[in-house]
Write a protein of this length. Structure first.
Length: 314
């Protein structure tokens, strides 16, 4: 009796037995006519192949397979490519082909996901997915931000602050500013005229642009709640730069504490804003906070209705 140990040779491509000549690559065997590239399916010329993970490839096909792919057109990125803040890699040429999302800066391939232009610019699919479109979710998220502000030692009066969503045109109209501005929210005050010609604060309403992505909505809420707090305290003597700077600083803190990539992005937008009122105002308040702490600023505003006076170091 003879025991044969030799097992049949199986082609790794078709799974059939190989009887005659075969090609060996790594631990695999192939019918000569089945020694084909796993990417393009074409014959591999002898000697010119790469073996990886049980598959064989043309060297070029293998390189293309391993290369990162364009997030927009799926082409392998073999040469120079673009990578944005969010880690999206893409072909260089898309930069001039696609518009950027007005909120997060991601490029928007409007042919594929039909970015919407309703908010004064194109919105990407990510921002649209978390967009605050309904009054109810707006109210919930606004209340949540109000609780956060209270935890930052900003005490609000018990009177309810109304929050509503509105379109760009209405915000510009309320602010009396041109539509080119980047204003995403506004706080409206209603005063009651008293018999002696004085006024009394009657109600405060916050309006926020409809369709902001969730994180941005939170930051804009925090900013407007800064105005609400100052108005409730009756603080009117701050310069526009200091008032907006204080509100931007509050918004910055909200973003920062979220500890998310989105939060860091919007915090960065505030810190890098070149605007003379918003950007410079933010940096003035931030350096003040570095000296006396955020609590010191809040305390001075509450007790003395003005910002702390920082003595110059000689
Ligand atoms: Zn085969
Ligand atoms: Zn190939
Ligand atoms: Zn591409
Ligand atoms: Zn976006
Ligand atoms: Zn403001």
């Amino acid at each position: 009796m003879t025991i044969t140990n030799s097992r049949p040779i199986i082609c790794a491509h078709c799974g059939g037995e190989v009887c005659g000549a075969y090609i060996q690559a790594g631990s695999n065997h192939y019918h000569p006519f089945h020694f084909v590239c796993s990417v393009c399916g074409k014959d591999i010329l002898e000697g010119l192949y790469v073996e990886d993970d049980g598959h064989v490839y043309h060297p070029g096909c293998h390189e293309a397979r391993l290369a990162p792919r364009c997030s927009y057109c799926d082409k392998p990125l073999c040469g120079d490519y673009r990578e944005d803040y969010w880690g999206l890699r893409s072909c260089i040429e898309h930069e001039v082909e696609f518009p950027s999302c007005v909120f997060c800066g991601r490029m928007v391939d409007s042919r594929r996901n039909g970015g919407s232009a309703s908010q004064g610019g194109v919105r990407c699919i990510v921002c649209r997915r978390t967009a605050i479109e309904g009054e109810r979710e707006a109210d919930e998220l606004f209340r949540e931000t109000l609780c956060w502000c209270s935890a930052q030692t900003l005490a609000f009066s018990s009177r309810k602050v109304f929050v509503g969503l509105c379109d760009k045109q209405r915000i510009c109209k309320m602010l009396g500013k041109n539509p080119a501005g980047k204003h995403l929210g506004v706080t409206k005050t209603r005063h009651l005229s008293l018999w002696n010609g004085a006024f009394r604060l009657q109600s405060l309403s916050v309006f926020i642009l409809r369709g902001l992505p969730r994180t941005l909505f939170m930051g804009v809420s925090a900013h407007e709640l800064g105005h609400v707090w100052l108005k409730q305290l009756g603080i009117v003597g701050l310069s526009e730069q200091h008032e907006e700077g204080f509100c931007e600083f509050l918004s910055f803190r909200r973003y920062h504490q979220l500890k998310t990539k989105e939060g860091q992005f919007f915090a960065g937008q505030i810190a890098g804003n070149e605007d003379n009122v918003y950007g410079e105002g933010f940096r003035a308040i931030r350096s003040m906070a570095a000296r006396v702490g955020f609590g010191g600023i809040v305390e001075s505003l509450r007790a003395q209705k003005r910002l702390p006076i920082i003595e110059r170091v000689q």
